[in-house]
Design a protein around this ligand. Sequence first.
Ligand SMILES: [Zn+2]
Length: 288
Amino acid sequence: MNIKKYLACNETVRVMAVDATEMVQEIRKIHNLSNVATAALGRLVIVAAMIASTLKNEDDRLTLQIKGEGELGNLVVCANQKLHIKAYVSNPNVEIPLTKEGKLNVGGAVGAGTLTVIKDIGLKEPYIGTCELLTGEIGDDFAYYFNVSEQTPSVVSVGVLIGKDNSVSNAGGFIIQPLPECDEKTIDSLESINIKLPAMTELMSDNKTIDDIVKEATGDEEIKTIFEADAKIKCDCSSKRIENTIVALGKQDALNICDKQGKIEVACNFCNKKYTYSKEEVENLFKK
Ligand SMILES: [Zn+2]
């Protein structure tokens, strides 16, 4: 069980938290990500897992998009109510110098830009919220997003630690959101605790469990677990979806590619699975 939800502070505060170490390691492997790309896309995966844990219905879907002007380009993470997550970044190999403090420069690699949250929860139109990026560090940007776009002041802490051997040492995060009945005193206390709280990766490095970290971040020893589940990296691509992409190319372009290569090969952006079609199969797609 790597993702959990809690009620804290006399059930007036909601908390989501996740240990995403294995998921981020997997994303790194699938896309052969550089260190800074692992940290950036990993942080977005962590936020997506936590928000997806609030989806209620089986068909509900969540998409998080960051359009950055930095070298990484666009980052996209999709998740569903089953907590199956897929992720994509335009430029997975970007390496930029560390910050003055010797940390991976996620904000620099993402750059200025926008953050968009799309929730398809079975209504006529999906819910779409968007805001400017504050720092490009992902955690700050989502705290800002929750505040301005969803009017929910939130503490968002996310982190990915890359070890000396270039593997993911730990990765995780939490989101703390006061419920409407939460009083000012509790909100003030949450703020002052979290200003002083060490980074998520530092807390995880101390061998603290997710429960320990949530207790520390809320100042409440009596937190109540209300949900636990496994989030995992799983793509939902299919031959059918890829066929739609080929049809969208138009017959002439698709056949031109076939003429050059004798076949058409399309890789899924999210999991890199390759789908191959012969010229005859492509022609048949356009007959349907
Ligand atoms: Zn796929």
